[in-house]
Design a protein around this ligand. Structure first.
Ligand code: T1G
Ligand code: NAD
Length: 696
């Protein structure tokens, strides 16, 4: 239960919001604020009020867990209008975080102060909505339309110093005791006879050309998201209406956004990414200490993993086959650190200190003897990996953790090749490993719970979004990827152009289509995967011979300047290639296929049906704990549009019965590739959604 307390100290009323962990403005907090300010207004012992947040921050916003449920009064806009209407001055005293409805409470106050380091923001667009308690009307009056649009449409918090600079904050407090700083500021205002100063009474801001400029900018960048452009409409209303007419328009637009599937998708993503680490198997299990890590193999992945680790303050010893390879790995890591310095994410001094003290690149496994955890990232060969694990088993101290970054190989088999399978786990990073946030934590049959707990603790330290996965070919992400990629290749064989498929999926919201992704990763990766699977191929498997043809031509994608697309010097986007269309036509002719047209809608439905169906199998087999784990993997590792919530959430919003019907109709043509997941059939039969499995 949230609460609001009230006490008067030397004529200053101290109003404290307490609703751990983020002081969200839940219904009981809102009613508490209403009652408290009615009391303040009538309190002759109090001349000024300060609003504080108890504990770690001011206020983290409206209570997101109330969204989608019937609204309860008092509404936040009314509570804030009530505070603003006080005839005695009200101060918002902010520390740590003032976000969303929390900053709107501060905008309704007459004076705003903040401790250094406080972050102030309106992140609502990241939830598919926009400020709905006066933020789009009061902020422009205080800081101008351009700055208001920057804060509202980007949703990125600003620091207290910056906010002081552009007039959002009136006073920067000293020290770290928000209560003391607030009382001091309130007394100085009293000494100056500072009046109540409603923001609503400030003149409406001038639009100038800011509205036009931001609309144009956003149209290019939002990629299907509706909230940012709707927020521009609300800010525009603040420049052309009276305050309360503008407030009413804000409310209308806010409630419209609350009803959009995008809001549901983004709120699902918010809670899903916070649920993935909540695993009963590690509840209450202490993680092992990890200060020094080892990395074996300093190629594409090893160098990225080492970079991520040293940037997170860990000491890293990287082992390569020979000194040339070790030097190459060090150069690659130094290059990543230089790039971080260039981007202002790292100081040159810190880079130099890392290269001097935190990173060792060697060829001798004995250098790993003091490591708490070692991540193997050598060639994707079972034999090479078993050899490396044998050396680690012989070298590492008891209690050290042995991890493999394999993409596809059997982690149980690797674990079984050591004397300590309970200390073996899969840590599947994504390329580039120092950039991509996703980490699949692959738990083998004998992996000890505290090893799993340590993996999640390490992920948090590395700033990664870790998802638990079971052992199977491709774990969660790559296993599902191979299914919808195959569905795409089948559509190409049957008549769709790779370029049409990419366009349909980028219109759907993906950053890149499947053939653009192949060109980025390298067509040799796809070819190696097909070769690896060729031994177990089924006679009814359909072979995308056009892809092999491109490989044999040496058209490996961006790294060779040509793949599915042609990449002129410096061009990372590429343009379609008529020669590829001819190679595809030849592949169809060789397979005796008469091509047929595909609509973009059919392409999306087949692509998503394959993704969702395999997602259901992965959940059914326990490879993913819950559907939300699949969603987070695709949001963080495969460029799935966040506003759709992830493939399983998308399926729930589309209707599982519709997706199952599609799969059954596709199975009439090809029941070898299309076979409905038993879990999907069960949920449809029971009229349930995937979300019903997310609570377990
Ligand atoms: N409502 C309800 N629960 C919230 C919450 C919120 N606003 N913010 C966080 N939580 C829960 C979260 O689910 C987690 O729960 C716990 O608190 C700790 O969060 C009218 C309508 C504040 C930066 O978008 O960005 O105001 O997992 O793990 O990493 O215009 O939480 O422990 O059960 O994230 O330290 C606008 C959302 C709302 C801010 C802290 N506000 N929150 O990060 O902890 S819309 C936001 C955050 C709005 C008005 C509109 C972060 C944080 P559990 P955490 P953290
Ligand atoms: P890579 O070829 O770029 O690097 C492998 C490195 O391992 C080479 O530098 C090689 O010298 C070194 N090496 C080989 N045998 C060794 C040994 N016995 N001792 C020490 N070093 C040795 O390969 P990569 O792309 O970095 O892939 C490494 C692993 O990560 C593979 O298992 C791969 O499946 C997996 N993976 C790759 C990606 C990706 O996108 N490239 C993504 C996730 C996982």
């Amino acid at each position: 239960m949230g609460s609001v307390s009230y006490e008067v100290e030397n004529r200053v009323a101290v109003v404290t919001v307490e609703n751990p962990p983020v002081n969200a403005l839940s219904q009981d907090v809102r009613s508490g604020l209403s009652e408290t300010f009615a009391r303040f207004e009538a309190d002759n012992d109090a001349d000024i009020a300060v609003i504080l947040g108890a504990g770690r921050m001011f206020i983290g916003g409206a209570d997101i867990s109330e969204f989608g449920k019937p609204p309860q009064s008092p509404s936040l806009p009314n509570v804030i209008t009530h505070i603003e209407a006080c005839t005695k001055p009200v101060v918002a005293a902010m520390h740590e975080m003032a976000l969303g409805g929390g900053l709107e409470v501060a905008l309704g106050a007459h004076y705003r102060m903040a401790l250094p380091g406080t972050r102030l923001g309106l992140p609502e667009v990241k939830l598919g909505i926009m400020p709905g308690a006066g933020g789009t009307q009061r902020l422009p009056r205080l800081v101008g339309v351009d700055k208001a649009l920057e804060m509202i449409t980007r949703g990125t918090p600003v620091t207290a110093d910056a906010a002081f600079g552009f007039g959002l904050v009136d006073h920067l407090g000293e020290g770290s005791d928000i209560r003391a700083a607030a009382l001091a500021y309130a007394r100085s205002l009293l000494a100056d006879n500072a009046p109540a100063r409603p923001t609503k009474d400030l003149p409406a801001a001038k639009a100038d050309d800011a509205i036009v400029v931001w609309r144009a900018k956003l149209k290019k960048s939002v990629r299907g998201e509706v909230a940012p452009l709707t927020a521009v409409d609300a800010v525009e209303a603040s420049t052309t209406n009276t305050f309360f007419d503008g407030l009413a328009e804000e409310r209308r637009l806010f409630l419209h956004l609350m009803d959009t599937p995008q809001r549901a998708g983004l709120i699902h993503a918010f809670f899903a990414e916070r649920a993935i680490a909540k695993l009963p198997e590690i509840d209450g299990i202490a993680a092992r200490a990890v200060k020094k890590i080892g990395v074996v193999g300093g190629g594409t992945m090893g160098a990225g993993i080492a970079t991520s680790a040293v940037l997170s303050g860990l000491a890293v010893t990287l082992v390569e086959r020979d000194s040339a390879a070790a030097d190459k790995a060090r150069k690659a890591i130094a290059g990543n650190l230089d790039a971080a310095v260039t981007r202002g994410k790292l100081s040159a001094q810190r880079r130099d200190a890392i290269l001097q003290d935190a990173l060792k690149t060697v060829t001798d496994y004995d250098a790993l003897s003091g490591a708490d955890l070692v991540i193997e990232a050598v060639f994707e060969s079972m034999e090479v990996k078993k050899d490396v694990f044998a050396q680690l088993d012989a070298t590492l101290a008891k209690g050290a953790i042995l991890a493999t970054n394999t993409s596809y190989l059997d982690v149980n088999e690797i674990a079984g090749s050591t004397s300590r399978p309970e200390d073996v786990i899969g840590l599947h990073f994504f390329s580039p490993a120092h950039i991509m946030k996703l980490l699949e934590v692959v738990v083998a049959d004998k992996t000890a719970p505290d090893v799993v707990a340590t993996a999640f603790a390490l992920a948090k330290k590395l700033g990664k979004t870790a998802v638990r996965a079971g052992v199977c070919d491709g774990f969660i992400g790559n296993r599902i990827l191979s299914r919808y990629r195959t569905a795409a290749d089948h559509m190409v064989l049957d008549g769709a152009s790779p370029y049409q498929i990419d366009k349909a999926m980028t219109d759907f919201g993906f950053a890149m289509g499947p053939y653009q992704v192949s060109d980025l990763a390298g067509l040799d990766i796809g070819y190696a995967t097909r070769q690896r699977k060729a031994a177990d191929a089924h006679p009814r498997d359909r072979n995308p011979s056009f892809a092999d043809a491109l490989y044999h031509k040496g058209w490996l994608g961006q790294k060779t300047g040509r793949g599915y697309y042609i990449y002129d010097q410096g061009d990372r986007k590429g343009h379609p290639d008529a020669e590829v269309e001819r190679i595809v036509d030849q592949a169809r002719a060789d397979a005796g296929i008469t091509p047929r047209p595909f609509t973009d809608d059919e392409i999306v439905r087949r692509y998503m049906a394959a993704m969702v169906n395999e997602g259901a199998c992965v959940v059914d087999e326990g490879i993913a704990q819950r559907p939300l784990d699949v969603d987070v993997v695709f949001l963080y590792g495969y460029g799935f549009p966040r506003w759709r919530g992830g493939p399983m959430k998308y399926a729930d919003m589309t209707g599982l019965d519709a997706i199952l019907a599609d799969i059954r109709s596709y199975a009439e043509e090809d029941d070898h590739f299309w076979s409905p997941s038993p879990l999907l059939e069960k949920l449809v039969a029971e009229g349930r959604a995937f979300d019903s499995l997310n609570q377990r």
